[in-house]
Design a protein around this ligand. Sequence first.
Ligand code: 0O2
Length: 213
Amino acid sequence: MGQWERFLEPYKQAVDELKVKLRGMRSQFTTEGMTSPIEFVTGRVKPLASIYDKSVEKGIPFEPSDELARVLQDIAGIRIMCQFVDDIATVVNLIRQRDDLKIIEEKDYITNKKPSGYRSYHMIAEYPVETVKGKKTVLVEIQIRTLAMNFWASIEHSLNYKYKGDFPEEIKLRLKRAAEAAFQLDEEMSSIRHEIQEAQAFFSEIKEAQNPK
Ligand code: 0O2
């Protein structure tokens, strides 16, 4: 097994475990007949090419090391998507209460959006992974955002890949406008949250009546 593969193994395990655990939270809410603040959860181990780019950007050697793991912080990444902006605070509190995650840093890019227009709530946490050689604590970055924030970020991320961060002025302007539109969408949805949730509860009752467990 290669040295990178060995180094990344606990991060892969952390991502796999946390996806199951956080998706479990969603189904617990549903089972309890409550609306879940979590819409869906994704996760990834940072690809080697991105680890390379970030190590160059941060000025650290591109090699599997404790320094790299400490500086990068997001080798293991989890993303939690919510329907409404208010759900984000609920999810943040649920995560703060967990015994298996020790939060070491929080970055609120919702109150303080990035100059690019990026909005999201980031939590950096320590997570213990049981390995055959004993316990290994790894850092995990958890990004919590609405569906609208996620839509904007994934489009901007692909364009960033294309233009390597050097956007033509026209694209920059359009992205700013799109970020504003995503913000307005979140505001509008929040204002009719009650109606939306009533309709969703109604439809899930119908579905359950049609397919009883
Ligand atoms: P990927 O491909 O998602 O892994 P720094 O950039 O060094 O000042 P830091 O500490 O590295 O900041 O992390 P930061 O900015 O808190 O969060 C980094 C991650 O947040 C990014 O990871 C993205 O996932 C996301 N992110 C931050 N800013 C933006 C943005 O302007 N647009 C988009 N689309 N995503 C953003 P990576 O490693 O850059 O990318």
